[in-house]
Design a protein around this ligand. Sequence first.
Ligand SMILES: NC(=O)c1ccc[n+]([C@@H]2O[C@H](COP(=O)([O-])OP(=O)(O)OC[C@H]3O[C@@H](n4cnc5c(N)ncnc54)[C@H](OP(=O)(O)O)[C@@H]3O)[C@@H](O)[C@H]2O)c1
Length: 358
Amino acid sequence: MVRWGILSTGDNASKFAKDLLIDPSTRGVHDITHTLSAVASSTSLQKAQDFLSAIQAPTTTAYGSYDALLQDPAVEIVYISTPHSLHFQNARAALLAGKHVLLEKAFTVNAAQARGLVQLAREKHLFLMEAMWTRFFPLTQHVRDLIQTGTIGAVQRVVADRNLGRNIEELYGTEHRLVNPALAGGALLDLAIYPLTWIFYFLYPDRPALRSRPRVSSSLVKYAPTGVDETATVVVSFPETRTQGVATASLRVASDPTDPGVRILGDKGQIQIFGPAARPLGVAVVSYGGDAAVERKDFEIPVGHGLFWEADACARCLARGEIESDVMPLDETVLIMEVMDSVREGNGLKYPDEIESC
Ligand SMILES: NC(=O)c1ccc[n+]([C@@H]2O[C@H](COP(=O)([O-])OP(=O)(O)OC[C@H]3O[C@@H](n4cnc5c(N)ncnc54)[C@H](OP(=O)(O)O)[C@@H]3O)[C@@H](O)[C@H]2O)c1
C-alpha cells in the first residue's frame, strides 16, 4: 500500500487524484493499493478542502501550503502537478524532505535542472520518475512486445504528432500556463514531449554500445503575444542505428482524431497508434507485401482516466526498493530534456532567468 501526497489542486492533479481512488481490481490489479493521504494547495487551505470535497475524499488531509504537506510523515511519495516553471523547485523541496517523487512532464524547464534532481534523488536514495503516463498503458507495452517479436521487422522511423487545435488568443490570451513564458509555456515542453517519448521508446537503442548522442534539427513557430512556441517540429536522428524520429506538436494546428497520431515504420510493416498520442486507444498492424493485411486492436481504458497505470508502476518500484523505473529511466528523461534545450537554443526560445536557474 502506497501513501500519496499531491502538490497542486489543478486540472491534472484532480484527474490523478480521482484515478488513485479507483479500486485497482477494476483494472485487474491485485498486488497493490493506493491511499491518498494528503493534498496541498499553494493558494489556500480552502482550495485544498474544496478539491477534496469535489473528488469525495473526506478522510484525506488538506494543507494550505506545499511545505506543510512535505512535513507530513503519512506521505511517502509526492505527485507534483504544478506548471513546468515550478517543477524543479517543488521536486527539490520534496526530495530534501525525504519524499519519493513522481514529477509531471515536462520534467523541468531545462536539462541542467533535470540533472540536479536526478543527482539529488540518487544521493538520497529516493525514487524519482517523470510522470510519462503514456509509457505505462497496456497498449504501449503491447506495441513494445510487437516490435520485440519482430512483427514489423527492423524499426526505421517513428512519426508522432500531438495537437490541440485551439484558438489560442481566445482561450489562453497571454497568462494561461500553456502560453505564459514565466510558467514555461509552449507546445514543445507541453505537447512535443509525447511524440518525443514515443520516438525515444522505440528508437533509442537498448544496447549501450549502440547509444550515441542523437542529432537534432527543428523549427518552432512562435505565438507573437508572448514569444513561446505554438507549433514545434523536431527531427531526431540516431546515428548508430541510422533511424529517425519526427515529432510534431501544436497548440493551434487541428488534426483529424481518426488519423493515427503515431506511426512506427519497420522494414516489414508498420504499427499505427490511434487516439491522442498522450492517451492512445487503439493499434493497427499493417504488414507489407502480398495481402497488405491489417490487424486492429482497441484498448479500452477501464473506469478512470488512465493515470493509474503510472501510479501502479511507482508503487511496484517502491515495494521492490527500486529508486528508478526501467520503463521511464531518468537518463532518458535527461536526454530528452537535452534535446528540448537544443531545440530552444536553435530557435531562440528562452524563458526568464528566474525559472531557468537551478
Ligand atoms: N499527464 C497528463 O495527461 C497531463 C495533462 C495536463 C497537464 N499535465 C501536466 O500537469 C501539470 C499541471 O497542468 P494543469 O493543466 O493541471 O495546470 P493547472 O490546471 O493550471 O494547475 C496548475 C496548479 O498548480 C498550482 N500552482 C502553483 N503555483 C502556481 C502558479 N504560479 N501559477 C499557476 N498555478 C500554480 C495551482 O494549484 P494550487 O493553487 O492548489 O497550488 C494550480 O491549480 C503540468 O506539468 C502539465 O504539463 C499533464
